[in-house]
Design a protein around this ligand. Sequence first.
Ligand code: GDP
Length: 214
Amino acid sequence: MSEAAFDAEALEAARKLFAGEARFMMGAVNMAGLPDSDLPEVAFAGRSNVGKSSLINAVTGRGHLARASNEPGRTREVNFFVIGDEKLRLVDLPGYGFARASKGEVKKFQNLGRDYLRGRPNLKRAFLLIDSRHGLKPVDEEAMAAFDLAAVSYQIILTKADKISAKDVAAVTARTLAQIGKRPAAFPRVLATSSEKGTGIPELRAEIVQACSV
Ligand code: GDP
């Protein structure tokens, strides 16, 4: 991370919000099954195994809120979590690049993720999770193209930063920032996180609060 994006007050306000209620609301398998668009939402997307469930658990401070990614069924749904006394929702989008699923299945849940991104007026920002060790892969570029097409503001969140050195985290952050430079809908801040160590989690909470203006 470069200069601090949030002051102590903003971090504390975000901490407080996430210390309140956090509950699993529902999973949707199609667009008709989505909840009303009455609350601001931020969505989490990324390749399977990128650390999405762990990150949602870390942000909410609930160890088991987002189910284990490999639990059958759940990974095909768009899952909704209500935060902070009905203030906002976190939305867990189906992971992509899932090797074990059949092509037809992959298409079905990727289409749902895409339809959600295109058709959700209350979606304030999408977080695109990228493994710190790998940086952007071609399949992530495809996801970014979909975000750009849907004109959804998205921010890259590097995961598992504890697995590499601070120097390498700085390098992958800088490289990723350069790679998204020409992407129209990319948010110009890359945040490195570790769900394991808690690194970047207060800042991610503050990003969510800022995106939702709550
Ligand atoms: P998902 O498929 O994207 O939901 O990924 P998970 O949250 O299930 O994580 C995939 C694997 O990465 C699991 O074995 C996690 O324990 C591990 N993992 C997730 N986040 C971190 C992290 O911040 N640091 C480390 N070292 N491992 C992590």
